[in-house]
Write a protein that binds this ligand. Structure first.
Ligand code: 13P
Length: 249
């Protein structure tokens, strides 16, 4: 039986100015020794100062995206090395907002994951179906395809975290039934084991994301093959995120 340490990861998306850094201090004061791994992914502008503030706290810092190339003429982009250079240890890749807004494909997400690994970062690879896809019964096909296409060979329990985020549950207050969440997480686990073998397949953490809140985090975190959460809106305020950290601990 593999024990996987739970993760409470906060994705701040395009939210947070300098003063938001105080939320991290409040979070750390309220949860000085959390029973789960805590990761905060602020906008790129806050990465360096947050990594400095979190150096002494039990909080890891992650970027929200990286370019697939290590350097070059890519105006407005940041490389995985740049993310790592701030002191961050993780980076989200393939979030549905980027897949939708910028047309990011599985192949691109895979290249970004390779770049993240090359910079020594743990990649948090996001996958998930749209409402149309769920309603047409295609959820497992979509999730299976994204999983196969977005993750390069060479995954390990240290360099990869998978986040299952049903697109229709993000920011909507709607979540799948607990049975539906377990069905997808069990399926992802089986696919990871089939591809990477027992040891690695059982070591990779699989997070749920989409309207995770203080009042559902503990129940979702207790479901089969759910190893924590990737939290958007409810990660912005230490008061809420602290409760989620506690719920997942
Ligand atoms: P919400 O928690 O706001 O639904 O966002 C989830 C998400 O997209 C995290 O990456």
């Amino acid at each position: 039986m593999t024990t996987r340490r739970k993760i409470a990861a906060g994705n701040w998306k395009m939210n947070g100015l300098q003063q938001a850094l105080t939320e991290v201090e409040a979070l750390s004061a309220a949860n000085p020794a959390p029973g789960c791994e805590v990761i905060i992914c602020p906008p790129a502008t806050l990465l360096r100062s947050m990594a400095k503030r979190c150096a002494e706290a039990a909080i890891n810092v992650g970027g929200q995206d990286c370019h697939q190339n290590s350097a070059g003429a890519h105006t407005g982009d940041i490389s995985a090395e740049m993310v790592a250079d701030t002191g961050a240890t993780h980076v989200i890749v393939g979030h549905s907002e980027r897949r939708e807004t910028y047309g990011e494909t599985d192949a691109l997400v895979r290249a970004k994951t390779t770049a993240a690994w090359g910079a020594g970062l743990t990649a948090i690879v996001c996958i998930g179906e749209t409402l149309d896809q769920r309603e047409s019964g295609a959820t497992l096909d979509i999730v299976g395809g994204q999983l196969a296409g977005s993750i390069p060979d060479g995954a390990s329990g240290e360099n990869l975290v998978v986040a299952y985020e049903p697109v229709w549950a993000i920011g909507t207050g709607k979540i799948p039934t607990y049975g539906e969440i377990e069905e997808v997480h069990d399926f992802i686990r089986a696919r990871l084991v089939r591809r990477f073998g027992d040891t690695t397949g059982n070591a990779v953490r699989v997070l749920y994301g989409g309207s995770m809140k203080p009042d559902n985090a503990a129940e979702i975190g207790a479901l089969s093959n759910v190893d924590g959460g990737l939290v958007g809106g409810a990660s912005l305020k230490a008061a809420d995120f602290g409760k989620i950290v506690a719920g997942l601990s």
